[in-house]
Design a protein around this ligand. Sequence first.
Ligand SMILES: *Cc1c(COP(=O)(O)O)cnc(C)c1O
Length: 412
Amino acid sequence: MKTKQHNFSKLAERLKSSMIRELLKYANMPGAVSFGGGTPDPETFPRHELSKIASEILEEEYKYTLQYSVTEGDPQLINQILILLKRIYGIEGLSHENILITVGSQQALELLGKVFIDSGDYVVVGDPEYLGAISAFRMREPRFVVAKFDEDGPDIDMIEQKIEEIDRAGEIKKLKFIYVVSNFQNPSGVTTSLEKRKALIEVAEKYDLLVVEDDPYGVLRFEGEHVPSIMKLGGTDRVILLNTFSKILCPGLRIGVVVADKSIVRKMVLAKQGTDLCSPSLTMRLAARYLERYDVLEQIKPAIELYRKKKNEMVRALENYFGDIKGTKWTNPNGGLFIWTTLPEGYDTMEMFKFAEQNKVFYIPGEAFRPYSEPSSSMRMSFCLPSVEEIHEGVKRLRTAFDQYRVSRGMK
Ligand SMILES: *Cc1c(COP(=O)(O)O)cnc(C)c1O
């Protein structure tokens, strides 16, 4: 019998299995150390509290929790979100019409693509950039304008230069937004400086553009000063802020938050109706009641302290095992879950991967975070899940892998 050749859409034909999934296939084998995962530690999830609330709201609020909700999201959760926006960012004066609750930030990224991007449009992203955003935008076939991400955020001069070119070509209306993960970027761990945040808004004003600020990690700061958000600096006229409960509460609830101008929220609501009608009433109400009863910013403190310790251990291990290799560097983030390690020029972390795999240590090659996947000498290393011993052991193995790779290439 012949297997049926399905007549997929052009979009479906373009979809490929994620490189990360392929790479991390063996990351869970016994004895392996994985710096690859990007997920929070399950031990930080308040499971007992959530379980108690879940049973209550199923019994007592079933008319809401087991029913369709409005597309905009649970009004009671939005009340709590408005309080949090004030506490976290000092943002005030917003109303319910400025908020949309999505199924994780991932859906917000996808909806942004739907309401802003037509095939051939431009969006500005970083190098490196959050892979989830690239995949969501890519569905809409944009041209990615790629700007280097430095140790203090995006290269603004490069952004301006590229925007100028687009403007000169008479295509500025096709440039839809500048996307930036402002705090402890995934994958680099970099926080965009206050100067660069202001400069980004200046560029956006000069060319009448939007900035999409994605901030899942801002609350996970373990040292240093809070930097005012781009939304706080630029307001809803210029900025769309994405947030999520995935990294501060738990990803399984799938709750993301869009903060934007009312007209943008309205369009995204219409787009969401065609996607899923509404976010799950049950998890939205669960989050709302949790936020009413517990202080999520207090509750997350022990986790932040744990991440701080592990980050410091990873930096120490890198100094121990890679300190003698000229041209190697790593970021030392003040929060979040990731360190970005860069090997000397000419090395390719994708090529090195097989040596790492043989040594049972895993990371994500930098190539995965480039919209046009070019070879990269960098890698993303998460310090969140491995234990302190595993962090040291893993970095030690990484050095072994590096030496083997170096020899195989005849490099010194
Ligand atoms: C984890 C993460 C998200 C959140 O995704 P959810 O869909 O809300 O779980 C969004 N943006 C970045 C940069 C992330 O790292």
